[in-house]
Design a protein around this ligand. Structure first.
Ligand code: CA
Ligand code: CA
Ligand code: CA
Ligand code: CA
Length: 294
């Protein structure tokens, strides 16, 4: 998979972002989880039917409900679980998964259950070895240590850093990266360091433009980007600045429109509005019941 995701303390909002890229695939899947304290919904986009398009989806931790727009609803997980979807078997379809911080349980629906992680770890699934399958990975918020199950353990980051993994050089493997809110530092291991954004911003790396010569050159290269909830600013480093959304909106990023690139959008908890720039506006998920898919 491939995509984008973290824990960012933004007031009481927790952002867990993970980007992943599927090596050898012709599309990009982004996965994000964003907790919305007012609605008890966690956005968990991914490509749940393998058509190459990001699906609008939510997870309700209190009940374990997953609802994917147009596809269905199932129960998987329990109160306190964090969604950790990814393409764990490499078939091009995002698999529903949870991480249970209290015990370190990873449960991937129909595929596996393992214990990996403890303490103040958060799940940061991604394809770090570039084999096309999502790897079970945790990031220690206290120490900045990344533990990639069956692959390696690496210290990269310090306390209060926000993990922003993604494929920043377009080689098909997700790269370790952190965003440091107080200084705006982005550090992508072995690739780049830059200052972009700051403490009021949510990191939203994604593939917003073909890099360099276009799709053929280096198709899926994650770009450094931030969303500023106070103003609705979307700033993509070296590329563009747009205003989209309003104060309090939650950013959503994914290939919703079929361009193979990421579009940016927002989720508005008060109404359940999903608005994706130049692509779609739908209502799905609110502070109350989640509407039936379809
Ligand atoms: Ca899809
Ligand atoms: Ca899969
Ligand atoms: Ca992998
Ligand atoms: Ca890479």
């Amino acid at each position: 998979m491939k995509g984008i995701r973290t824990i960012l303390a933004l007031a009481t909002v927790i952002l867990v972002a993970a980007v992943t890229s599927v090596f050898g695939q012709t599309y990009l899947i982004n996965e994000k989880t964003l907790a919305n304290p007012s609605s008890n919904l966690v956005l968990q986009s991914g490509d749940y039917n393998g058509d190459g398009l990001t699906d609008i989806a939510v997870f309700r931790p209190s009940t374990g409900l997953w609802a994917v727009r147009g596809l269905g609803r199932i129960y998987f997980g329990a109160d306190g679980d964090r969604p950790a979807s990814g393409d764990y078997d490499g078939d091009g379809i995002t698999d529903i998964a949870i991480y249970r911080p209290t015990t370190g349980l990873w449960a991937v629906k129909n595929l596996t259950r393992v214990y990996y992680g403890s303490g103040n770890n958060i799940s940061v699934p991604g394809d770090y070895d570039g084999d096309g399958s999502c790897d079970i990975t945790v990031f220690d918020l206290d120490t900045g240590v990344w533990s990639l199950r069956g692959i390696t353990t690496v210290g990269y980051g310090i306390i209060d850093d926000v993990p922003v993994p993604g494929d920043y050089n377009g080689d098909g493997s997700d790269d370790l990266g952190i965003f440091r809110p107080f200084s705006g530092l982005w550090a992508i291991r072995d690739i780049t360091r830059a200052y972009f954004g700051g403490a009021d911003d949510i990191p939203v790396p994604g593939v917003y433009r073909w890099y360099g010569g276009g799709k053929e050159a280096t198709p899926f290269r994650s770009q450094i980007a931030i969303f500023r909830p106070s103003s609705g600013l979307w700033a993509i480093k070296g590329i563009s600045r747009h205003y989209f959304g309003a104060g309090g909106d939650t950013p959503v990023v994914g290939n919703y429109g079929g361009t193979e690139l990421d579009e940016f959008g927002v989720f508005r908890a008060s109404s359940g509005l999903w608005a994706v720039k130049e692509t779609t506006r739908v209502y799905f998920g609110t502070g109350g019941d989640i509407p039936l898919a379809k």
